[in-house]
Design a protein around this ligand. Structure first.
Ligand SMILES: NC(=O)c1ccc[n+]([C@@H]2O[C@H](COP(=O)([O-])OP(=O)(O)OC[C@H]3O[C@@H](n4cnc5c(N)ncnc54)[C@H](O)[C@@H]3O)[C@@H](O)[C@H]2O)c1
Length: 292
């Protein structure tokens, strides 16, 4: 379903400083978030791994939005502390918002199924996709890098709550990620009024998304099940802007669904129509009528 993208600046992030982790190319959700934040008046720093930087596309974004780029492996605590220190120096003060848009599973990449996981790879999945969020928050808090009422958002997926074929050990990583948002959200909220939330986004066609088994079918199914259709990366960026803005100062420790209504659906007319088509009687090669 095609949706109209709102392309209007509301100046919601005027004067704010942010760090966006995880923009790889122009399909990345983080890429769109970075662009939208700058449109809304923020100054931002970008971060990704050395390897991602070598791929060269991030440079293009950095030039376009005039943002410094600071390399970091999100599993490395010292790297993360360095990002917060450098970003404060380069942007000229404490950080008002942070996006964690990082995920990777070697088991998914190498097609290991959930009942045949490689445990070293599982550790990597959890470290990159979830524990990195804890490291990020701990590093920021220890050097007091985030301003009062700052806002931190990580991206998650509904497979943390319900089982989705093919999502594999990323489901466990997303459950942990959401739990870290709650546990750290309590402490950081109590002490510094810093808000921590996760956005549970529709399946989206990105480099990470393409790694998931049968992503096209999953996207089509989610789209047909959702009254508003799948949320795009651009729409996710709009939602992030609201969470980074001062309009959501009492929202914290939540998993917020940004999925066109998918998470509260059981069966939709569009999905039923599609399913009925597949179940229509057909003639087999011997002329026998087969009923779905
Ligand atoms: N695409 C989807 O369908 C979808 C749906 C819901 C949630 N999400 C989540 O959105 C986030 C962003 O993914 P995306 O879909 O934009 O794909 P993407 O591939 O563009 O982004 C993933 C990013 O993670 C970075 N990364 C991987 N290992 C890292 C490490 N060790 N240190 C630092 N960065 C590292 C990659 O370089 C890349 O920039 C992920 O958390 C993903 O799980 C995606």
């Amino acid at each position: 379903m095609k949706t109209k993208q709102i392309n209007m600046a509301y100046h919601l992030l005027e004067g704010k400083r942010g760090i966006i982790f995880g923009a790889l190319n122009n399909l990345s959700i983080a890429w769109k978030v970075a662009e939208r934040c700058v449109e809304e008046g923020a100054k931002i720093a970008l971060s990704n791994t050395e390897m991602a930087l070598r791929m060269g596309e991030l440079d293009e974004l950095a030039k376009k939005i005039d943002a410094p780029v600071i390399a970091a492996d999100a599993t490395n605590y010292e790297d993360l502390e360095n990002v917060f220190t450098q970003a404060q120096e380069q942007l000229g003060g404490k950080i008002d918002f942070v996006l964690h848009s990082i995920g990777m599973s070697p088991n998914v990449r190498k097609r290991r199924t959930y009942d045949d996981l490689d445990y070293n790879w599982l550790n990597k999945t959890l470290d990159i996709s979830a524990i990195s969020f804890h490291k990020m928050l701990q590093a920021a808090k220890k050097i007091d890098a985030i301003a009062e009422y700052g806002s931190v958002v990580a991206l998650t997926y509904i497979a943390s709550h319900r089982t989705f074929f093919g999502y594999n050990d990323m489901a466990d990583a997303k459950s942990l990620l959401e739990s870290i948002a709650r546990s750290f959200g309590y402490i950081y909220g109590r002490e510094k009024h810093v808000r921590i939330n996760t956005i549970s986004q529709s399946p989206t066609e990105t480099t990470a998304g393409k790694g998931i088994k049968d992503i096209d079918n999953m996207m089509d199914f989610a789209d047909k099940m959702s009254p508003l259709g799948n949320a795009t990366a651009g729409e996710c960026a709009d939602y992030c802007v609201t969470l980074f803005s001062d309009l959501t100062r009492k929202v914290t420790m939540q998993t917020l669904f940004h999925d066109g209504g998918f998470s509260n659906m059981g069966m939709s007319l569009r999905a039923m129509n599609q399913y009925s088509k597949d179940l229509a009687p057909y003639e087999d090669e011997n002329g026998k009528i087969i009923y779905g």
